[in-house]
Write a protein that binds this ligand. Structure first.
Ligand SMILES: Nc1ncnc2c1ncn2[C@@H]1O[C@H](COP(=O)(O)OP(=O)(O)OP(=O)(O)O)[C@@H](O)[C@H]1O
Ligand SMILES: [Mg+2]
Length: 238
């Protein structure tokens, strides 16, 4: 049995009058690769933010290795959680290498920084060739790769990725997902990915949670979701 790394139990999140999540149960095992899917506004980003400690919890518990915690971003980083938010947020006027260095800001041992960056670059040969290029001059796909690479420099246990394929051409979507899969397998890092591109994601994740209106409406192994109309039903129902 794999150990449970992270759990949300009956978690609710409210933004003022908006109930973004209601009684959400989600659990992630060590090294597991899980997708969060669902229509716009379903609460997918809020799940990642609740885990990372940047959403206002209105109820429920967050457990880390079965122990109750109150997530706060800086502590989650120290525990080994990396959050890559939506929208390819690179520091455009800094070089690729400088962006990667920033990914290691919380490393307890600064002498690990150079070694970690070199390890991460093994997965991203295209970035290695552009280490001294300003991030703003990279293509959209390369910038997305850079946000993921930067998130790995801290050598995390969990990578939270919010819509890494958004706005990328289909060729890059496949490439980004293959990269994420490679990292998940090689480094045994748990990955929670929010994704709209249903087909590409079901082929690579182990399990998927489907959210709608702030609730988990379905949880299944990815292979059991492929070829069913569960997703269509949920995405089209208003
Ligand atoms: N900071 C905020 N203040 C107020 N309401 C918010 C805030 N962030 C999210 N919401 C609301 O909470 C609900 C869930 O939002 P969330 O961003 O988690 O959805 P999502 O599934 O990620 O959607 P999308 O696919 O559009 O990214 C939505 O109704 C949204 O409008
Ligand atoms: Mg979102």
């Amino acid at each position: 049995m794999k150990e449970t790394l992270l759990k949300l139990k009956n978690v609710s999140v409210r933004y003022g009058g908006v109930q973004a999540l209601e009684d959400v149960d989600i659990s992630i095992d060590e090294g597991e690769f899980v997708a969060l899917m669902g229509p716009n506004g379903a609460g997918k980003s809020t799940v990642l933010k609740a885990i990372f400690g940047i959403a206002p919890l209105a109820g429920g518990d967050v457990l880390w290795h079965e122990g109750k915690i109150t997530p706060k971003a800086h502590e989650m980083v120290r525990r080994g959680v990396t959050f890559v938010p939506q929208g390819r947020q690179v520091f455009k006027s800094l070089t690729v290498y400088e962006n990667l260095e920033l990914g290691g800001y919380a490393l307890p041992n600064k002498s690990d920084l150079g070694k970690n960056i070199q390890e991460v670059l093994r997965f991203f040969p295209a970035l290695r060739e552009k280490l001294h290029t300003k991030a703003g001059h990279l293509s959209g796909g390369q910038q997305q790769m850079l946000t993921i690479a930067r998130g790995l420099v801290s050598d995390p246990k969990v990578l939270l990725l919010d819509e890494p394929s958004l706005g990328l051409s289909p060729k890059y979507v496949t490439e980004v997902f293959e990269k994420i899969k490679e990292i998940n397998e090689a480094r045994k890092i748990a990955v929670v990915v929010v994704e709209h591109s249903v087909k590409s994601v079901l082929e690579i994740v182990q399990r998927a949670y489907i959210l709608a209106h702030g609730r988990v409406v379905l949880e299944k192994p990815a292979k059991d979701l492929m070829g069913t109309d569960d997703l269509e039903r949920i995405f089209l129902a208003k």
